[in-house]
Ligand binder design. Sequence first.
Ligand SMILES: Cc1ncc(COP(=O)(O)O)c(C=O)c1O
Length: 313
Amino acid sequence: MPIHTTENIWHNGNLIPWDKAQIHVMSHVVHYGSSVFEGIRCYKQPSGAGIFRLPEHMARLIDSAKIYRMPLPYTAEQLSAAVVDVIEANGVAPCYIRPIAFRGYGELGVNPLTSPVEVYIANYPWGKYVPGNQGADVCVSSWNRLAANTMPTLAKAGANYMNSQLIRMEAEINGYSEGIGLDTNGYLSEGSGENLFLVRGGVLYTTPLANSVLNGITRSSVITLAKQLGIEVVEQALPREMLYICDEAFFTGTAVEVTHIRSVDRIQIGDGTMGPISTALHDEFFGIVNGLKPDRHNWLTPVNVKVAEPVGV
Ligand SMILES: Cc1ncc(COP(=O)(O)O)c(C=O)c1O
């Protein structure tokens, strides 16, 4: 889906016009992938709009930057305030928010430390990512996820998404809507841009951080909701074949939200429909983010915008 432009982008503390948010081709990030970023959703509420887990996203951005020794001259609170500012200035909600920090134009050696850090925050209207409420037909990728102690998966870094692109392209070319990567030991890891959950025998399983996954904020939200619903949650290394014999499976992520998986490698999961535990968690998640159930964890930061209908849903 093409980007729907907005008026302003936040850059290093100021709002600048969308078209002026440009970088030089010789910027460090262009050559060496030296960026860290976030993806956040702002949801329509019964009155106004709310940003989902904004402080947690900003804390993760700061963690990602710290891993890459990238000094960010802003606190999580300042970055959160900047997100609210840019949404309100653009008057666009519901929307997707993309904060990004990267090594800009300075020197062109591999060492990034001599290139300046630039921070931008954009927002734009955006809808569903994995198409189809009937469930996603996915595959196990022939590509592994990032090996431990190579590219740190707890950093949401632009360069990690070269691996995601390989997984995603292979899946689409072979007629699947998404690919699931195994880690380099052959255990389940995650999708190209989402965490993975399986249900078997009434227990909810997800892959732990040590299996090369991003510490997903939707993942942690779903774990919290599951525990509250009295569902047993187990984080453990999972063999590939659990995908084929589980009763239910779903992805979580800012983009995919909670998306039911219908089949893996053309093997149907359960009876192919969204099972009871996935449905309970899906409904709980959407109830909260859409403001239809109480926001009992204070997950939503209000923004003062006249909301429009979501684009692309
Ligand atoms: C590789 C990867 N895993 C998992 C996720 C889900 O994370 P979150 O729920 O914080 O969006 C994402 C999306 O950001 C991702 O890109």
